[in-house]
Design a binder for this molecule. Structure first.
Ligand SMILES: Nc1ncnc2c1ncn2[C@@H]1O[C@H](COP(=O)(O)OP(=O)(O)OP(=O)(O)O)[C@@H](O)[C@H]1O
Ligand SMILES: [Mg+2]
Length: 384
């Protein structure tokens, strides 16, 4: 066992030992996929959507007739790219070797001759490029390709589409969603899992009656991992490298990062690097200090990008205000008017500072919250 190498993983999807259970959600996804139910998965950034879906794919890896194809719409800006990335993912998921894949391309892609680019490892990496007029003419056929291939190969295909809200950035988002939905609803061998982090945008796509994807499937809101699970996880991660950490110190790591998946792993990682045989409270505080230093310039820029009333809103929030539209709060924190408050919440959500989950307000970056409290305002925070 490598005792120096950090047992915490950040910035990649996690699975296996690095993955905390989420057994309820996993079970629900497995059931949905087995019964072909489309699923929409929503959570604020970096709570663990992509990891969850990857883990479920691993859970089901032994099931003979199920395959998973992964598409990330993060960089997709046109319908052509959407079709290229989806086709690539499906061809990859349903063919083992490059020879199989080339044969599948010839057999299943009709009406357009794709250019194939091979990556560093030609056995696993390749990209497709379509000639748009041809692909556009055959769009229906290309959209049906996952269904045709899954049927021909007698498997159930789970088509996983990450960052789905990006569909709103395509040149004709409504038109394309209509075409997609019309095609997908006839699919029997393919089930779709669609996930994304811009809650408002996602909700608009799936919960508005006027939208093509209205009532598309089972909508699931991912919640945060529980404190008790974090404590167990952090302890086990340290133990795997023969280091000790008391439960209350594990709790401190999770608590300081508000149980936010990415940030708990990040603080765990830095605390691990700072600790000798034992990780103490002082080590965690030192690690946090380090992280705040590293992010200082970034957070200063973030603050520069906020208006004074937006900052006042954040200050009110940190002072424990829950009702922002009362006369007293508006006066005390100089929030303008209740109409301003509404606009501010929208702007703060759009700038990815806050997310409003039901009645709860979540900080998208829990480290930024600490930075504002302890470095930006410090003792001035409460002087209002
Ligand atoms: N179940 C889990 N157990 C432990 N750590 C997790 C878990 N899920 C996520 N994480 C941590 O959170 C990080 C972000 O996870 P992931 O990329 O899956 O989130 P996401 O919601 O897809 O993020 P984004 O909104 O940026 O796409 C991971 O790199 C990992 O450190
Ligand atoms: Mg993700």
């Amino acid at each position: 066992m490598d005792e120096e190498h950090s047992p915490f993983l950040i910035g990649t999807t996690v699975s296996g030992d690095s993955f905390i259970d989420r057994e309820n959600h996993r079970e629900r996804l497995r059931t949905n996929f087995r019964s072909g139910l489309n699923t929409v998965l929503i959570s604020p950034r970096r709570w663990g959507k992509s990891s969850l879906v990857r883990q479920v794919a691993l859970d089901m890896a032994r099931e003979k007739d199920v395959r998973f194809a992964f598409v990330d719409l993060f960089h997709v800006r046109s319908e052509q790219e959407f079709l290229e990335r989806t086709t690539e993912a499906v061809i990859k998921a349903l063919g083992k070797t490059m020879e199989d894949r080339i044969a599948d391309l010839k057999k299943f892609v009709r009406g357009v001759v794709p250019q194939i680019g091979l990556g560093v490892d030609p056995q696993s990496e390749f990209t497709l490029k379509f000639n748009w007029p041809d692909a556009e003419r055959n769009i229906q056929d290309l959209l049906d390709l996952p269904e045709r291939m899954a049927k021909a190969k007698k498997v159930r295909l789970v088509l996983c589409i990450d960052e789905f809200q990006n569909i709103a950035h395509l040149p004709d988002p409504m038109g394309f969603q209509k075409v997609l939905r019309a095609s997908w609803q006839h699919h029997k061998a393919v089930c779709h899992v669609i996930y994304g982090s811009k809650r408002h945008m996602m909700m608009d796509l799936f919960n508005k009656q006027s939208m093509p994807f209205y009532r598309f499937g089972d909508v699931l809101f991912l919640d945060k991992i529980k404190r008790t699970d974090w404590v167990r996880f952090i302890k086990a991660r340290f133990a795997s490298r023969k280091k000790a950490i008391a439960p209350e110190v594990c709790e401190l790591i999770a608590e300081r990062m508000q149980d936010h998946s990415y940030h708990v792993q990040l603080l765990g990682h830095v605390a691990f690097l700072h600790s000798g045989r034992t990780c103490t409270r002082a080590v965690v505080e030192m690690a946090l200090d380090d992280l705040l230093n590293q992010h200082d310039a970034l957070y200063h820029r973030l603050v520069d990008d906020l208006t004074t009333p937006q900052l006042n809103y954040l200050r009110a929030l940190l002072n424990g205000v829950e009702r922002f539209t009362t006369m007293d709060t508006i006066r005390r924190f100089e929030l303008g008017s209740s109409a301003h408050v509404k606009r501010m919440t929208m702007a703060l959500e759009q700038k990815e500072v806050l997310d409003f989950v039901g009645r709860k307000t979540e900080w998208i970056d829990p480290l930024f919250k600490i930075w504002l409290e302890e470095r930006y305002w410090g003792s001035r925070l409460r002087m209002v």
